[in-house]
Design a protein around this ligand. Structure first.
Ligand code: MCA
Ligand code: AMP
Length: 541
């Protein structure tokens, strides 16, 4: 239906005059090349002995190392004779070997399921019970409890992998051949499942296909002007965790698909990033990383002189951070927007000819992405007006794992995915995200669903009910604040509430503060009015 002002609310802007909105058929000329790994491998440089990854521990991995080691790991996985579509769940610390395990899972035609290392047993139990992985890889120190959960759920194979290149996975793979024929996969075959927390507390597994991931990687490679070796090449500073979309797909795919070296940091450390900058050209980070880099006196235009591009996303980048970064380094951060269900959706322009990088916006829909803004009643909103953001494109996931009702609920009748983000599109196509209809806190780039935390708090002795809200925070952007109503006659201790959450939940989910309150404001339907709570308690922290 046309928007009231006659403008087409569905934007697929041909802003970049390149042939990058490739069709699936172009990306996958034959079924044998349908495997994402095959496309990544095809982009390795001719000189396989050149360095692909350099770590903060002084290790160097050549492209040949990546090819051989991922073949060995893939051969190990293939030798397990797992059925088609089998899941490999992985909860390990960041290491190059963990990335190789991801590549090996693709090569073996299996489905990669990464898990945040902060998750504790109840959280891991949920994912394993829900996904029923055929193989689980965990750290040696967690083997006791993870293997117990996995074996109880019917998993037959549990391996260990530590961040110092030890563990049963590597020991077993060492006996495998270092050549492997990539298992053919079609574009619609599953490559990964990424769990995103659910608003009701139940996490949903977003099923991403080889085509979802490769089409997005191709678009980003061109949109962000990754330079070929002949143009001087690129070097990426990889400082993000590799169990979420940003570090695992956006960063790793971009570097591999461009045959670009990565400077691999096991953990984000602003000083290590600054030390790497003179030898690098691209950096990707969540806003907290930029805030922490700005706190370093060593961040100067001189140290960033060799850099070509700074990319931010996963959470809103404050305009102050955007402006201050420009002032300190002379570089304009490129902000983009995406989701686990969709990989990347929009991006500010890379090239000046395509427009300015506009702070406070997430740029325009990427080539191939259709993005529209809808009213609560499912009608297109006029240009410039605010509504729910819906998207479609080759990057949008297939379905939620074993949740057909949820999948149906979150897609419109004409196939658009309802993101739960609220925003508007300007006349020149820039998208601004102004809020979320989903009750979600994004803290330091990690998503925290209040419903899940409230569920835990409400079970504690002396608690009648609770509401968790996000409040501004200088470092993490937003953090959780728990507001708790005591049962009559009870006086639960806020510090004890936080301590018991910490014992059971991933640490980043634990609210930073807990207050006892006499009541929670409710609307006529009896629903807690979190907007009022945010107004009352949301002074910047
Ligand atoms: C750590 N802490 C946090 C967070 N991280 N609290 C709230 N939010 C956080 N994100 C707390 C811990 O609970 C702990 O508190 C204390 O900080 C120190 O923990 P540590 O792990 O040492 O923290 P850190 O190393 O300083 O980590 C901060 C970080 C990290 C580097 C900003 O959170 C991070 O890597 N964030 C990036 C997340 C990311 O990659 N997101 C992309 C998602 P205590 O001691 O009290 O327990 S992908 C995505 O969103 C999409 C789709 C997209 O668009 O990209
Ligand atoms: P995830 O659960 O990791 O898939 O998180 C996806 C959510 O992160 C999106 O729905 C947005 O709410 C948020 N997000 C990602 N990038 C941005 C951005 N640049 N600005 C604002 N929010 C963002």
């Amino acid at each position: 239906m046309p928007a009231p002002d006659g403008a087409d609310p569905t934007l697929t802007l041909p802003v970049i005059p390149h042939d990058i909105a490739m069709t699936t058929a172009q990306l996958f000329p034959s079924p044998a090349t349908g495997n994402l790994y095959a496309a990544l491998r095809a982009a390795f440089p001719a000189d396989l002995d050149s360095i692909a990854v350099e770590t903060d521990h002084g290790l160097h991995y050549s492209w040949r190392d990546l090819e051989r080691a991922s073949a060995m790991l893939a051969n190990l996985l293939v030798s397990l004779q797992l059925p088609d579509g089998a899941r490999v769940a992985v909860q390990v610390e960041k290491s190059v070997e963990a990335m190789l395990l991801y590549l090996a899972t693709l090569r073996a035609g299996l489905v990669f399921l990464p898990l945040n290392t902060a998750y504790q047993s109840a959280e891991v139990q949920y994912f394993i019970d829900n996904a029923e992985p055929a193989a689980v890889v965990c750290t040696g120190k967690n083997f006791g409890w993870v293997s117990k959960i996995a074996f109880q759920a019917g998993t037959r194979h549990v391996f260990t992998l530590n961040d110092d290149r030890t563990g049963s996975l590597l020991t077993r793979a060492a006996h495998c051949a270092d050549h492997q024929a990539v298992v053919p996969r079609g574009p619609d075959d599953l490559a990964a499942i990424l769990y995103t927390s659910g608003t009701t507390g139940r996490s949903k597994g977003a099923m991403l296909t080889h085509a979802n991931l490769l089409s997005n990687a191709q678009v980003l490679k061109t949109s962000w002007g990754w330079r070929s070796a002949a143009e001087g090449g690129d070097v990426l500073i990889h400082a993000l965790p590799i169990f979420h979309v940003h570090g695992l797909f956006v960063a790793i795919h971009a570097a591999l698909l461009n045959g670009s070296k990565m400077i691999w940091l096991a953990k984000f450390d602003p000083r290590q990033v600054l030390a790497a900058m003179p030898r690098a050209t691209v950096f990707m980070g969540v806003p907290t990383l930029y805030v922490r880099l700005l706190a370093e006196p060593g961040l100067t235009a001189e140290v960033a002189r060799n850099m070509r591009l700074f990319i931010a996303g996963s959470a809103p980048l404050l305009i102050e951070t955007f402006t201050e970064w420009q002032r300190r380094t002379g570089h304009t951060i490129l902000e983009r927007y995406g989701m686990s269900e969709t990989v990347m959706l929009t991006s500010n322009p890379y090239r000046a000819i395509e427009g300015e990088r506009r702070g406070g916006t997430v740029g325009r829909p990427l080539p191939g992405v259709r993005l529209r803004v809808m009213s609560d009643q499912g009608q297109p909103m006029p240009m410039g007006e605010t509504g729910g953001i819906e998207v479609a494109g080759p990057n949008v996931f297939k379905a939620y794992w074993r949740m057909p009702e949820k999948t149906a609920e979150e897609f419109s009748a004409d196939g658009f995915f309802k993101t739960g983000d609220v925003g508007r599109i300007d006349a020149d196509g820039y998208v601004t995200i102004v809020g979320r209809s989903k009750d979600l806190i994004i803290s330091g780039g990690y998503n925290v669903y209040p419903a899940e935390i409230e569920g835990y708090i409400n079970e504690l002795a002396g608690v009648a009910e609770s509401a968790v809200i996000g409040v501004p925070h200088a470092d993490f952007g937003e953090v959780g604040l728990a507001l708790v109503i005591a049962k009559p006659g009870a006086a639960p201790d806020p510090a004890a509430i936080l301590a018991s959450l910490k014992a059971r939940l991933a640490n980043f989910k634990v609210p930073k503060q807990c207050l006892l309150v006499p009541e929670l404001p409710r609307n006529a339907m009896g629903k807690v009015q979190k907007n009022l709570l945010r107004q009352r308690y949301g002074a910047p922290g």
